[in-house]
Design a protein around this ligand. Structure first.
Ligand code: FES
Length: 106
């Protein structure tokens, strides 16, 4: 994947087992931290009806959409529960010096 690493937030800006919204150049993303302090990123909007997943609920590696309770595995992007049937895009993440970087499309 080509793109740019974007300094998105500090590691402590996301609670363990939680999600935050990150916007960059007109696009929106969701950043996740697992209970064991791994970080992941997906597109910010649910593939069902474009609702911000940052308002959803993180359970393990699952994000549950706040609108109709559809589910994705945010580590793979796989749709895991109706009514979502389209996987969500994921983005590579790295942590350096307590900062979370996301590799976004060029
Ligand atoms: S908008 Fe996310 S499940 Fe419907």
């Amino acid at each position: 994947m080509t793109g740019s690493w974007i300094n998105a937030c500090g590691t402590e800006d996301i609670e363990a087992e939680d999600v935050i919204r990150f916007d960059h150049e007109g696009r929106t993303y969701a950043l996740y931290r697992t209970e064991d302090d791994r970080y992941f990123a997906t597109a910010g909007l649910c593939t069902h009806e474009s609702v911000h997943l940052s308002s959803g609920l993180v359970m393990g590696t699952i994000i549950e959409c706040p609108k109709h309770n559809g589910r994705f595995d945010f580590t793979s992007g796989k749709a895991k529960g109706a009514p979502v049937c389209v996987d969500i895009v994921t983005y590579p993440v790295k942590v350096e010096s307590d900062r979370v970087y996301v590799l976004v499309d060029a």
